[in-house]
Design a protein around this ligand. Sequence first.
Ligand code: HEC
Ligand code: HEC
Ligand code: HEC
Ligand code: HEC
Ligand code: HEC
Ligand code: HEC
Length: 394
Amino acid sequence: MTMNRYRISALPQLILSILAVPLFFISPGACAAELSITEFINEFTQNYYQQKFLAQTELVKKHGDLVPKAVNQLIEETKKGSKSFEERMFLLNIASAMAYMQRHLHGDSAPLAEVDPVIKEEMEQEKKRNAELMKWKEEERFLGNFVMKQHGKALEEAGLAPVLYPHWKHRLLFECKVCHNSIFRMQRWINRISQKKIVAGEQCGICHNGKIAFSANNDEHCGKCHIAGKPEAEKLHNPDLIDHAEIKQVAERVGAQWHPENLINGRLPVDRFGLIDWLKMKRDNVFVPIASLQNDYKERTRDNKILFISKSNFVNNVLFDHKVHSDWIDCSSCHPAFFRDKLGGNDMKMRDMSKGRYCGHCHGKVSFKFADCKRCHSQPPNEQVDALIRPTMH
Ligand code: HEC
Ligand code: HEC
Ligand code: HEC
Ligand code: HEC
Ligand code: HEC
Ligand code: HEC
């Protein structure tokens, strides 16, 4: 039975939510002999969560007359305020338990007939919400593809799909510095991107103005960005569908270079995880992205390596190449936002990184994933390497 399965898996969360949101109060002045509806619900709820089955049964046996109203009140309560699915199911599960007992003990199935369809509808809606979530997750399957739908309502009203922003298509032409941090800060959602700003020539509109890239203010192009979830989006997920002639033309227009003749069979190189191997593409001179939209831009790089001595015997030391990173990424993206620029000044732990801190701001989101352990943990303990050695911290 779905109900029971739900109850078990969600129990700890439900208890937490009920503790955080006190829904019912036992009024202190209540008369001892007669139970009010609220007292009845409270007592039943307590017994329910202490799994005192007999006490629940006794309560319903004695106060069967209160059950229809109590069930009704619990259902009404789910509609008040903006309760989460868990909070609503918490109330409905109690109503359902009461209603089952009412049928069993008093032969009255009306409360059950009231609460059952409500639960069915809740589960149905939750399934839909989960499917929706999965759908957008699926649209981000290619590393660095971000679904943008902060204006979900307005998009729906305009009959437009959410936007799919493909990092890789832009990386072919632009270094990270072009956008970060002069156009966008390197964090999702915080730039509050909107059509109004784009059409006014800000954000995406700095380029998507019909000069550097297709215009966002032209009805023919809406579907190029508002494409998430559509079959046409496949070309943004699959680099094998790349149109070299088109990229070459755009590259010339923006001052970048695209040399597909240096690729094998015209295919972008991928690592063993199927992700684009950007450093190989760079070594093979397949692409030369631009560093800025400004002509007088002074590029800054830092040419050294930093060795992280591993705190664990199980993994090699980590070699961080400042040059590889600062070639593409502006100092200000990392310092001080992600790291203090002091040798050994940051206490990095794998645990924090997999939650998106330190190296995890980029790796796993736009750059290669953590599963590729050896790409970072590349230095055996005894091997000589020309690098700054971080003081170890414990
Ligand atoms: C053409 C512009 C552009 C370029 C070039 C670009 N990005 Fe981004 N980046 C964006 C946009 C847009 C966002 C999303 C901002 C938002 O949602 O507010 C973003 C977000 C990010 C984020 C935040 C991820 C998160 O989960 O919070 C990271 C990290 C990032 N970019 C890294 C990079 C790196 C590394 C490069 C170069 C290899 C790069 N970007 C190149 C436009 C760009
Ligand atoms: C620095 C300039 C620049 C910025 C900023 C920029 N783009 Fe682009 N974008 C381009 C260029 C150039 C192309 C290739 C364009 C062409 O074919 O005209 C492109 C291509 C695209 C494509 C691929 C279209 C296709 O069919 O292959 C999408 C989608 C896109 N941009 C969305 C966005 C969104 C959304 C934003 C803002 C979040 C954005 N871009 C910001 C320059 C930029
Ligand atoms: C270069 C990419 C791009 C193109 C082309 C584009 N949009 Fe958008 N649009 C965006 C982005 C990014 C957002 C913000 C998405 C979000 O997070 O909700 C957006 C949001 C919107 C919204 C939501 C409300 C708002 O103010 O943000 C509407 C409506 C919209 N666009 C209409 C259009 C129409 C109509 C066209 C064609 C004339 C179009 N867009 C072309 C990128 C684009
Ligand atoms: C991808 C992120 C990233 C970028 C981009 C970056 N750094 Fe760093 N930087 C680091 C990390 C990581 C450390 C090591 C911090 C530690 O030891 O805790 C570091 C350390 C430093 C240090 C102290 C060690 C040293 O090299 O002397 C300085 C100074 C520094 N960075 C300056 C810069 C400058 C200047 C730029 C731009 C030209 C830059 N960084 C670009 C990540 C970055
Ligand atoms: C601001 C974004 C960003 C941060 C933060 C960052 N990286 Fe990277 N890293 C990149 C990009 C972009 C590349 C190029 C390859 C790619 O995109 O897959 C890269 C490449 C690498 C490589 C491959 C170099 C090679 O020669 O093969 C290593 C190793 C690496 N990073 C380690 C680290 C470590 C360790 C940290 C944290 C101390 C870190 N990165 C933090 C963006 C970042
Ligand atoms: C993007 C680069 C990167 C990748 C990929 C990566 N690590 Fe790390 N890892 C680091 C850095 C940086 C540290 C911190 C080094 C230090 O100070 O001990 C670290 C530390 C560790 C430590 C020491 C204990 C700790 O929690 O800090 C272990 C163990 C570890 N990594 C295991 C792994 C394993 C296993 C993988 C693959 C699943 C992996 N790492 C992938 C960068 C990386």
